[in-house]
Design a protein around this ligand. Structure first.
Ligand code: CMP
Length: 133
């Protein structure tokens, strides 16, 4: 089934000039970029994006990180895009992420893990409405 998924190339990656390398990974794996922008996230946007983590000990750190410098938001489309993009990204913790995943290649830590991708088509719709309002 053709799906859409929302990806954030997070501040740690934009700061290290990694946007191109990361988008290349998606494109050469056959995913189509159908929307793309560079923006400075507000705290309200970051809090909305991470609503499910509100109350967790790392929530404030997560919001501070996502808003500290610009990020790239994009929508990718393709067969089973949600699952495929999450496989390309790897696991949340870069140290445990499989070889050649984006987080293993570029991730710095559990919080500064370079990319975000939606975990379901429903999350993708919700997250798209935040970043492409
Ligand atoms: P992401 O895929 O954007 O979605 C939730 C984020 O929370 C995750 O990436 C991590 O950056 C962050 N996260 C999850 N667990 C922890 C943790 N234990 N400590 C710090 N950050 C975390």
């Amino acid at each position: 089934m053709t799906e859409k998924t929302l990806v954030l190339v997070k501040p740690d990656a934009v700061e290290r000039n990694l946007i191109g390398n990361i988008l290349t990974e998606y494109e050469r794996n056959g995913l189509k970029i159908i929307d793309l922008k560079l923006l400075q996230a507000s705290s309200a946007m970051a809090e909305k994006h991470y609503a499910e983590h509100e109350g967790k000990p790392f929530f404030d750190r997560l919001v501070a990180y996502l808003t500290r410098s610009p990020l790239a938001a994009l929508v990718l489309e393709g067969e089973n895009a949600v699952e495929r993009v999450r496989a390309l990204n790897g696991t949340t913790d870069p140290e445990k992420s499989g070889d050649n995943t984006i987080r293993a290649l570029y991730g710095l830590s559990l919080s500064e893990n370079t990319v975000h991708a939606s975990d379901s088509p429903e999350s993708a719709e919700r997250e798209r409405s935040i970043w492409f309002a």
